[in-house]
Design a protein around this ligand. Structure first.
Ligand code: ZN
Length: 97
């Protein structure tokens, strides 16, 4: 058993199934791109969800303006980390048209 992947290994494109080199970072057949980490849109979306959800939940439990502002910031920061922890792996993204 070899722990090192061979540079000549071939893996199918997850989007269109075309044969790709294991080290390829884009698909020559369909234009899909291998990405690492979240896109800007994903970070923004998760931060907005966090910034809305955290104060909303807090408002139900303990309505207080100071606490709501605090939870808004906590939600934004939390959403930022959620985006990075969810998407911190290699993945293939469909070509943008
Ligand atoms: Zn492809």
């Amino acid at each position: 058993m070899s722990l090192n992947p061979t540079p000549t290994s071939v893996a199918p494109c997850p989007i269109c199934g075309a044969a790709l080199r294991g080290t390829a970072d884009s698909c020559t057949a369909c234009g899909a791109i291998r990405e690492f980490g979240p896109t800007r849109a994903e970070v923004t979306r998760t931060m907005v969800i966090g910034g809305v959800a955290a104060p909303a939940i807090t408002a139900l439990l303990h309505p207080s303006p100071v606490l709501l502002v605090t939870m808004f910031v906590v939600g934004l920061v939390g959403g930022f980390y959620v985006a990075y922890s969810r998407h911190s792996v290699d993945r293939w993204v469909r070509p943008r048209r």
